[in-house]
Unconditional design. Structure first.
Length: 456
């Protein structure tokens, strides 16, 4: 044999985003490139958890992959396919979608049906396509009802599935081997994560229902979420932190996780100072309390909670958060590992969270209202001295690029945001600007914004 010719075949992902923070921060450039490579390698005729080992379109994995695709390409074609495939896997007698679709072998992970509903909410937020999402709402209701039927009449909490055919997988955490289920959930019969994800999902899809003209169902979902959150605060909160199972039976050494604090914040079980305190504590490098850490996949949600609690916490945690990703680069990997537990896959798209973080959180470009009718601009200028980023955004019937640039000039930072449609025309969108000190200003019909900020 003298030569081998290899043809690469994958989804034709057209990356419109760009990320540049200068040669002094080259490791972040590598993280960006590696994330794009990992994501694109896990895209063919459907999303895949990995291109070699399973090649399956799992709902939890795909929610992240779709969001990363929106951020780097503004492309929803594969996401639409995924939403439809998972919808078509719904089993009315069970009230759940399959954990993955298409697949020749049925697998049921109840939490993944909730992540599928979140995919619908995400799509509506980015693209405001009511006609598309409306067709899935009956199955959303069926899924949510399957969880409601498992609510204990005394505690008001959803108990673990009674079916041996359903896998209550949460995360590939080291201490939750071999099935990825918190021991406290198995011991008490109740998982705080299940109830938090259920409430989170109810609240997200209720916003969609309001927008498509179903306020009655939206109100019902919100009330159901509120009832679940109240039960969580009564039965899964020890007065300081949230437990993985029932607080009355908590093991001080083993029943506390980052997951419990993160999803308490995302669901709304913890708000205000409590939310900030529990996220600050569970993500601290060292502390008096030991928490089960979120895996590569769940770390995306850890970052969402860190961002959500506000203050300076996101900036404080940012550079140290990426230790695992930087270690992989130093070990010569060119795509992201599945996790630190199985050592099974060297290319897993759910590790590509830098795509979302660098565009949405660092550059600070995100949709304000569904379909980018308004935009939010919250640049985190303290993270890098210089930055040049392009982020795709979409308007009905068209799309454009938001170009963010900043650089330090002595004691000030010059920041600019410009919007251009792909047709070459200027875009004029109301923009809510969030300044580093937290105050906000609404700028109507802006296509170019220039700010001078204090570097301190």
């Amino acid at each position: 044999m003298k030569r081998i010719d290899i043809t690469t075949t994958k989804y034709p992902l057209q990356v419109l985003a760009d990320f540049d923070v200068g040669s002094a921060n080259n490791v972040y450039q590598q993280m960006w490139t590696t994330s794009i490579r990992t994501l694109s390698n896990c895209m063919h005729d459907c999303y895949e958890d990995c291109p070699f080992y399973e090649q399956l379109q799992y709902a939890m994995d795909t929610r992240s992959s779709a969001l990363f695709t929106y951020c780097c390409a503004g492309d929803d074609r594969l996401a639409r396919q995924a939403i439809i495939q998972l919808h078509n896997s719904y089993s009315p007698e069970v009230g759940l979608t399959a954990s993955r679709a298409p697949a020749h072998q049925l697998q049921l992970i109840p939490h993944f049906s909730l992540f599928w509903i979140c995919m619908i909410s995400d799509h509506f937020g980015y693209f405001n396509d009511a006609k598309f999402v409306r067709q899935f709402l009956p199955v959303c209701d069926g899924v949510l009802d399957s969880f409601a039927r498992r609510i204990d009449s005394t505690l008001g909490l959803i108990h673990l599935s009674d079916s041996s055919e359903q896998w209550d997988f949460v995360d590939w955490a080291d201490s939750w081997k071999p099935l990825g289920i918190p021991p406290a959930a198995v011991r008490t019969g109740f998982a705080s994560f299940t109830n938090m994800l259920y409430a989170y999902t109810l609240k997200r899809i209720s916003e969609v229902l309001l927008s498509v003209g179903r306020p009655g169902v939206a109100e019902e979902y919100q009330l159901r979420a509120d009832a679940t959150l109240l039960a969580l605060k009564v039965h899964c909160f020890d007065g300081h932190l949230f437990t993985d199972g029932l607080a009355s039976d908590a093991d001080c050494d083993n029943d506390y996780s980052q997951h419990g604090q993160v999803w308490a914040v995302l669901s709304g079980a913890a708000t205000g100072d409590l939310a900030y305190d529990i996220i600050s504590e569970c993500t601290a490098v060292s502390g008096s309390k030991s928490f089960t850490a979120t895996s590569t996949a769940m770390s995306f949600y850890t970052l969402r909670a860190i961002s959500m609690v506000g203050g300076s916490l996101y900036d404080e945690r940012f550079h140290k958060f990426w230790g695992s990703w930087k270690e992989q680069l130093s070990n010569g990997l060119t795509t992201w590992l599945e996790d630190t537990v199985s050592q099974r896959s060297d290319c897993h798209a759910w590790g590509s969270s830098p795509i979302y973080e660098f565009t949405t959180e660092v550059a600070g470009v995100r949709m304000g209202t569904a379909g980018w009718k308004t935009m939010t601009f919250h640049p985190r200028v303290g993270l890098f001295p210089t930055l040049d980023v392009k982020v795709p955004f979409g308007l009905p019937g068209s799309s454009g690029i938001a170009h963010v640039h900043w650089e330090s000039e002595g004691s000030t930072i010059k920041v600019s945001l410009s919007l251009k449609m792909n047709t070459g025309d200027s875009a004029s969108i109301p923009i809510r600007v969030v300044f580093p000190d937290g105050h906000e200003e609404m700028i109507d019909g802006a296509e170019n914004i220039e700010l001078t900020l204090n570097a301190n």
